[in-house]
Design a protein around this ligand. Structure first.
Ligand SMILES: Nc1ncnc2c1ncn2[C@@H]1O[C@H](COP(=O)(O)OP(=O)(O)O)[C@@H](O)[C@H]1O
Ligand SMILES: CSC[C@H]1O[C@H](OP(=O)(O)O)[C@H](O)[C@@H]1O
Length: 396
């Protein structure tokens, strides 16, 4: 992987980001450059630099030595920038159509310079506005299938896979997910954040020993199954989209983990959007879940049958077993994500943006019931239509 080390770390400002872009020769001499810091995520700075004449732009993303959402009291490794640029490059070797181009990265400065995707819209924002994006699920299904297969022991040399997995060991970012997704929301932890009115519902989760056992099994999978290279945080805020294009960004949580995790995060964030919509407007979200799974299963199966490097791939029943576990794990992971986005540290605008308090609280109570049953009943799922059934059964 070609990441260079040039300078001593310092957080960029808008003028410094411009100077860096000029120094890197990203723009023609004398170009009138405009720079804005546009980061709206929880962790990093994102500088958008545009040549005002040609309208061509680049993005410089820089990690801060702490989590931006909390502040300097939560130190966080700068190495996540290297993970992010390397993950984007690795994904680009399999699915270049679904990730931004990386132009340059610098480990010391913790920066990734990449393609400006401002022509597209962040999927979460568009979905909140009621847009549907007909190709979103086809593209994400293919993205997950190809990146999962080609980074697995079935799609690449098994010795090379171990080396690749080593280069994506990402303990600090994984710890965030272990805590914020799999642990804190299930206990009375200081990171949790929810409206007082939800306390009885939340305390019921904290007392639920059966739920704790199932959440623990899912967390154990996340901790121990180094199966495929994951994006690691594949929510709808990590996806740029339009009617015909899809680009996955922000893989700083990338690591080798269980195959169902990215699918589960994506399903959950579609469900979180469905929870914010009236009944009549939910169908496109469920259709996206169906199509994501169908495309994933079909592309993954074709690659398995035609390109596998593992002798046992042809063993009758093995592919079906892999797909089945990927699916029920994804259902359980989705349940954890729905719960943590409702009562944990990092919320989503889909639910928090519901203006009427009673409607918002009803949607959040629905989310907690849905999330719990996704976790508890994942093994009874026979297909993606069960998401619709469970969503309806948990409405009241
Ligand atoms: N390649 C890009 N092109 C245009 N805008 C981008 C690009 N990458 C990030 N952004 C903008 O910056 C925001 C935060 O980026 P993100 O990678 O999600 O940061 P964080 O890691 O802090 O969550 C995105 O929501 C988007 O608005
Ligand atoms: C303190 S990190 C919280 C939360 O933020 C990350 O998302 P993003 O980088 O897209 O803003 C990730 O989901 C973490 O769990």
């Amino acid at each position: 992987m070609t990441t260079v080390q040039t300078s001593v770390y310092e957080p960029l400002t808008e003028p410094k980001a411009v100077s860096l872009a000029v120094r890197l020769g990203l723009f023609r001499d004398g170009a009138p450059l405009l720079c804005r810091e546009i980061g709206d995520g929880n962790l990093n700075l994102v500088f958008h630099i545009v040549d005002q004449e040609t309208k061509q732009g680049v993005i410089i993303k820089q990690a801060l030595p702490y989590a931006k959402v909390v502040g300097e009291s939560w130190p966080l490794t700068l190495k996540r920038a290297v993970i992010e640029s390397n993950a984007l490059r690795t994904f680009a070797s399999y699915v270049p159509q679904y990730v931004p181009k990386v132009y340059y990265s610098d480990e010391s400065l913790a920066i990734t310079v990449m393609e400006d995707l401002s022509r597209l819209q962040i999927a979460r924002k568009g979905l909140i506005e009621g847009k549907t994006y007909p190709l979103l699920s086809q593209h994400i299904g293919e993205f997950v299938a190809k990146t999962a297969f080609y980074t697995s022991d079935f799609g690449m040399n098994q010795q090379e896979k171990k080396k690749l997995a080593q280069s994506f060991v990402n303990p600090e970012l994984c710890k965030i997910t272990e805590d914020l997704v799999f642990t804190d929301p299930f206990f009375d932890h200081e990171t949790n954040n929810f409206e007082d009115e939800l306390r009885p519902d939340v305390e019921a989760l904290w007392r639920d020993d059966r739920l704790h056992l199932e959440a623990a099994k899912l967390k154990r999978k996340f901790l121990t199954e180094a199966d495929v290279l994951l994006h690691g945080d594949l929510h709808t805020g990590s996806i740029f989209v339009s009617a015909d294009e899809t680009k996955v960004i922000d893989p700083e949580f990338a690591f080798y983990g269980p195959i169902g995790f990215d699918l589960g995060q994506f399903f959950a964030n579609l469900l979180l959007n469905a929870l914010s919509r009236s009944e009549l407007e939910r169908q496109p979200l469920f259709d996206h879940i169906d199509r994501t799974w169908d495309v994933f299963a079909s592309v993954f199966s074709t690659l398995w049958r035609t390109e596998s490097v593992e002798t046992y791939a042809a063993t009758p029943g093995l592919l079906e077993d892999v797909l089945w576990h990927a699916f029920i794990d994804a259902v359980g992971f989705a349940g954890c994500e729905v719960i943590r986005r409702t009562i944990g540290l990092a919320h989503v605008a889909d639910l928090d943006g519901i203006e009427q308090k009673e409607v918002r609280l009803a949607a959040k109570r629905h989310a907690l019931r849905l999330g719990r049953r996704l976790i508890m009943e994942r093994r009874e799922f026979t297909g993606t239509e069960d998401f619709r059934r469970l969503f309806a059964e948990t409405e009241r």
